[in-house]
Structure formats: structure tokens, C-alpha cells
Design a protein around this ligand. Structure first.
Ligand code: GUN
Length: 285
């Protein structure tokens, strides 16, 4: 029977720690950390994510500002909003929720964000710093996964880790962090993707399997080694219900630990963003 890596339980503990640090800041006459989010259009999933981030801010004592822009906003208008947030000294950090509508060049948008305020860690400067092991904002989802593993006492050092999915937001940074020479890292990592041959053979060799491919219930008993730790990053809507990329029932008696969907990585991603926002505020004062 697998241990359930409850993001809900871990997130509550980390959020309590963050709120204690906010109280400490206020006692020291420092400002409340302030996160802003730009949400373009009406993508239902993005609205849910951003609303969750705003709710978390209130819970830990941060201020938050939500800027909603129409689906047909021009790139210039979006860039103006970014410039405004870059120069607003009341805002410690901000994010532009992805994905963006097709008239917007995502790379240009991410480049326009002041790296000091880029609490998603998506700016090339921050991504490069992460890859080199320099102080930076670690992208929220990999950061949340590392905190989840730490909370449940799972040490990646020396283990064989397989990361499934090579996105800039999850798979690619996750593989870099797990292989880094740091307290969260020191694993032997393989990054697998849609062109990988003999996937089952590869995933079956993993002590730690991180799945971020966006295919509902794709991973099952034929992919998982006895005693493996399986982290499910998938959030797929199937018949109105949220399903991960892992068929949790089929591996429940094989894996030693599994993160559930919902109630797993999603909540920890939000913790990663809060941690980065607190860091942005601490760096400025
Ligand atoms: N879309 C999906 N995940 C994320 C995230 O972590 N940050 C932003 N900005 N957009 C996302």
C-alpha cells in the first residue's frame, strides 16, 4: 500500500511557516509581501489557478492584485501592464498566467518581466541562474515537488529519477534540479519525452518517477517498479472530473508513495509561488 503524498497536508504546514514569517516582517516594520497576477482571457483552468493563488495570498497575510485583460488584448497593451508592475515599488513579485492567446508572443512577454520580480522563475536569466545553482526563483511546480518530497522525508540523493515531459515550466527544470549538487538533488536523472523509445523499460528503472505529460491516466502498473515514488503533475479534465497522468488505482500496491490528483502537486505549486514572493520581499528590504 502506497503512502499518499498529500499536498494538502504539506501545503498547510508550509503556509503556516510563511504566515509566521509575514508576522515577523510586520513586527520589524516591513511591508506585507505583495504578489500581482496578470490573467489574459477566460481560460477556465487559468482562472481557477489564479483564483487559488489570490486565496493563498490572503491566507498567509500577503497582499495580492489581480489584473484581468481581455482575450483580444494586444501584445503592446500587455507589455505596458508588465512595465507598470516592473516599476511599481509596492509590488514585490508578479506572474503572467500561461498559456497566452495566440496573438501574443510568450517569449517576448517573459523577457519583459524584471528578473527581480519574476517569481515564476521563467525569465531566461532566472532559468540560467537555476541551472547554474545560483540564488534565484525556482519555478513554482518543481519547487513545490521538491518541498513535497522533503516534507515526506524522501531523499533523491543517489537515486535513479525519471522525469516524463520536457516542458520549460515543469519537466526541464525538474530534471536540472534533481540532478543538481544541492540538498534537493544528487539523483541520477533521465528526462523522457514523446520521442523516447522503450518508455516502459525506462520508467520501470525509476526509484523516483515524475510524470508531467498531460495524458490522463497514462502511467499504470506496466510502467512502475516495486517501491517507486511516483509524483503526478498531470491535471486533466475527464468527464468533468480532475484526473492525473497516473492511474493511481493500478499502482497503489506497487509504488511506495504516490501524489494524488487533486490534492497533490497543484497545492504545492502554489506554495512554491508563495515562497518565491516572500523571497522577493525579503530581498528588497
Ligand atoms: N500555467 C501553468 N502553470 C503555470 C505557472 O506555474 N505559472 C504561470 N504563470 N502560468 C502557468
Amino acid at each position: 500500500m502506497a503512502l499518499i503524498l498529500s499536498g494538502k497536508e504539506a501545503a498547510n504546514v508550509f503556509k503556516k511557516e510563511i504566515s509566521i514569517k509575514v508576522d515577523r516582517r510586520l513586527k520589524d516594520k516591513k511591508k506585507r509581501p505583495h504578489l500581482a497576477a496578470i490573467l489574459v482571457g477566460n481560460n477556465p483552468a487559468s482562472s481557477v489557478y489564479v483564483n487559488g493563488k489570490v486565496k493563498d495570498c490572503a491566507e498567509v497575510g500577503f497582499l495580492s492584485t489581480l489584473i484581468r485583460l481581455e482575450e483580444d488584448v494586444t501584445e503592446i497593451e500587455l507589455l505596458k501592464n508588465i512595465e507598470r508592475l516592473n516599476s511599481d515599488t509596492e509590488i514585490h513579485g508578479f506572474i503572467v498566467q500561461l498559456p497566452l492567446p495566440k496573438q501574443i508572443n510568450e517569449k517576448r512577454i517573459l523577457l519583459a518581466i524584471d528578473p527581480m520580480k519574476d517569481v515564476d522563475g521563467f525569465h531566461p536569466e532566472n532559468f540560467g541562474r537555476m541551472a547554474l545553482g545560483l540564488p534565484t526563483y525556482i519555478p513554482a511546480t518543481p519547487y513545490g515537488i521538491l518541498l513535497l518530497l522533503e516534507y515526506f522525508g524522501i531523499d533523491a540523493s543517489g537515486k535513479r529519477a525519471v522525469v516524463l515531459g520536457r516542458s520549460n515550466i515543469v519537466g526541464s527544470p525538474m530534471s536540472i534540479l534533481l540532478s543538481s549538487n544541492s540538498k534537493f538533488g544528487n539523483a541520477t536523472v533521465t528526462l523522457a519525452h514523446s520521442r523516447t523509445h522503450d518508455l516502459e523499460l525506462l520508467t520501470k528503472s525509476a526509484d523516483i518517477l515524475i510524470v508531467a505529460i498531460g495524458k490522463p491516466l497514462f502511467i499504470n502498473q506496466s510502467h512502475v517498479k516495486e517501491g517507486a515514488v511516483v509524483v503526478d503533475v498531470g491535471i486533466n479534465r475527464v468527464d468533468g472530473k480532475l484526473k492525473g497522468d497516473v492511474d493511481i488505482d493500478s499502482i497503489f500496491n506497487i509504488a511506495s508513495a504516490i501524489s494524488p490528483v487533486p490534492g497533490g502537486v497543484g497545492l504545492m505549486t502554489r506554495v512554491g509561488l508563495l515562497m518565491n514572493t516572500l523571497l522577493a520581499a525579503d530581498d528588497r528590504e
